[in-house]
Design a binder for this molecule. Sequence first.
Ligand code: UDX
Length: 433
Amino acid sequence: MKHLVVGLGYVGLANLAFLSSNSKDEVVGYDKDEKRINDLKHDDYYLEEAKLNETLYNEKRRIVYTSSINAFKDVGAFYIAVGTPSKEDGAVDMACFYEVIKDIKEHANHDAYVVIRSTVEIGTGDKVNALLNKDGKYHFNVISLPEFLSESSAYEDEMNPARFVIGVDDEDALTFIKRIRKKSLNDGVPFYSMSHVSAEMSKYASNAFLATKISFINEMSRLAESLGGDIVDISNGMGADPRIGHSMLNAGVGFGGSCFPKDTKALIYKGKENDIEMAINEATLMVNITQPLLFLKKIEKHLSGVKDKKIAILGLAYKEGTGDNRSSPSLYLAESLLKDGAILSAYDPSKTSRESFKKGFSSINVCPSLDEAVKGVDAVVFLSSSKEFKEIGETRLLKLMKGRYVFDGRNIFSTEHFKYCSYISIGRKDSLR
Ligand code: UDX
């Protein structure tokens, strides 16, 4: 069988690497972006995903990369993994997705499975089924197979998912997924088959729930801070209950990335369309929007205003281990600090992140090293929990910085870590020196 993966971002590439390393079938990766295809053909992998890139490299003789629409011929299974960004009003932008559906309709030349991996507007699976199978020569068996990948572990998550949520119309579709995911089936990973709508909603509900967990702990951090509690202790105390769990309970400057903000907005939008108040999702989003704002106020308060103050922003990507700046708290903070007259330097361990940040902020001195960014500043602001940041010693900071203020937007240090610097974090007592 020929498998064609359409859209080679995190999801598409992880899917492609999985198919290639787990079957003997023909595997083709298609993307409209010719530069991306050319880079992939020359082992130039643009994502900072070590395991994924290693697998793609090892599989390079088996995978065909192309931008040619001829790739849509003779396909037995299409996997759609194109981007579905947010529109201004929160609705899901499905334009690229439906272009692919049109291409399948026009160019496919026999029956095929159409596996939806993109996070699509709820109702899409049924719509696609109707569109593709209306007065056509061929039959397309549509399968909704949402992905649950985190950036920085895209391949690992694709290989070893906690569960499969599968929207199907018939037994044949389920059998197909079980066949290509035989290893997971044998390993006892649960397969939940359901309607397309339920599968699509499972994806949104999972992300919105995780985002809500983060906003919940962030809301608690505000109260802890004013009552003299310590949110890290509180989070540990809560997370030890297996019904709650420790993950997604780290208070901080808020969630970013391409999924949580977009997916909570999409649910709110769907609620509005259907006259259903999405009060929890609204609150999740609101806490997340105001969290960096409150952090900014603390910076302003402790520095007695930021006008002409030299500040280093450390951590530009939305989280450690990725080069992705989408919806990163760093964007909001940089913009606000600049507006208030601060003189900014910036650094992220990821070169991709630094370069994309530089494009958005020409007046910020984006540095190639941590030391350069920190040199001579009045304050440092940590916005991600990169290993490089965790390992920075106070002696090194003291040697480089002019001032003595450390603002920690991810609670990466203990409140006793700094002996000579004032340390201000989230949901904990300030340690002022
Ligand atoms: C997320 C989901 O985890 C994944 O299942 C889904 O498929 C896509 O969205 P990702 O966006 O890669 O993955 O990152 P994740 O590690 O979940 O973090 C998202 C954001 O939340 C980051 O900005 C992170 O810093 C923040 N976060 C995470 C917290 O503020 N506190 C936490 O406890 C965890």
